[in-house]
Design a protein around this ligand. Structure first.
Ligand code: SF4
Ligand code: SF4
Length: 289
């Protein structure tokens, strides 16, 4: 069983478009969407949800106002200024709360209980391209790394159970905790970049993270012809660092049209761009086989 993760240093490089096309081209695989903060692969794969699960992470305080005497002790100890008095009642601002539990410890009448925090949902679904595991983290919730790990673990379990050879994960943008949770233990990182200054900058950062975890890494330059000079810079930089560029994809409005239709572009059209993506998939197959 091999796991390929498709990542980018930043959002908007076309990572999910490529992941959706991989879903359409690859056989015997399970898909995972590791972009739990802004999951959107499902928009192109149209899953039918088979299982829906709550995601709990961390603890949050709940005040029993019947017991609370408004003594103010919890407000005094909260370092995050998350407890206030409003209309003569003690209230907790859960956005500011860090879940440390100190308020519950000091409350003289045990009016505060720490409860499990339900901060998202995750799904096991079926698509016409095979199983898809994806998730949605609640607004302003943290712990996205844990949720990414949950998505990957379930994708791995499905692959094992169904004897599927491949797991393809659409990773999160950026280089934070969710990226690390996506990369660890993967067999291949496919970095999708674009020839802009921010694209070049973020490519360097994401590759450093992948190298830190000793993950084999390859690069795709998307929309390479919008700035040939910057594309040449990316190619030079990758050559010096011995990172293979496995494909360059033209800018083409057909990609936007496919997005609007909610389809992987390789299914929507058969032109130069789709041929480029198909060639990239052949190269990826050769690398992971
Ligand atoms: S759990 Fe910690 S951070 Fe949250 S309100 Fe209580 S003391 Fe403040
Ligand atoms: S410490 Fe307990 S009793 Fe005092 S204000 Fe806080 S919740 Fe109410």
């Amino acid at each position: 069983m091999k796991e390929i993760v498709i990542i980018s240093g930043k959002g908007g490089t076309g990572k999910t478009i490529i992941a959706a096309s991989m879903a359409a081209l690859a056989k015997n695989k399970v898909m995972g969407d590791g972009d739990v903060d802004a999951s959107n692969l499902y928009l192109l794969l149209h899953p039918e949800i088979k299982e829906k699960h709550d995601f709990y992470a961390g603890l949050i305080p709940r005040i029993d106002l019947e017991k609370c005497t408004n003594c103010g002790r919890c407000q005094e100890v909260c370092r995050f200024e998350a407890i206030k008095t409003a209309r003569d009642k003690t209230v907790i601002d859960l956005i500011s709360c860090e879940g440390c539990g100190l308020c519950a410890l000091v409350c003289p009448v045990q009016a505060i209980q720490m409860k499990e925090n339900r901060c998202g949902e995750w799904y096991i679904s079926e698509t016409k391209y095979g199983p898809l595991v994806y998730a949605r983290l609640g607004i302003a919730e943290e712990n996205s790394g844990k949720l990414v790990t949950l998505v990957r673990q379930n994708a791995q379990a499905i692959a094992k159970k169904n004897n599927l050879e491949l797991i393809i994960v659409d990773g999160p943008p950026g280089i934070g905790c969710p990226l690390i949770a996506t990369l660890t233990g993967a067999n291949l990182a496919v970095v999708v970049t674009e020839p802009t200054l921010s694209g070049i900058h973020d490519l360097g950062r994401v590759i450093k993270v992948a190298q830190h975890f000793s993950i084999k890494t390859v690069v795709i330059i998307n929309k390479y012809d919008i700035n040939l000079e910057n594309s040449a810079k990316i190619e030079d930089w990758c050559r010096k660092d011995n990172i293979p560029i496995i494909g360059k994809i033209h800018f083409d409005n057909i990609i936007t049209e496919a997005l609007v239709k909610g389809m992987p572009v390789v299914e929507y059209s058969d032109n130069t761009v789709t041929k480029e993506i198909k060639d990239i998939w052949q190269k990826i197959k050769t690398i992971v086989e």
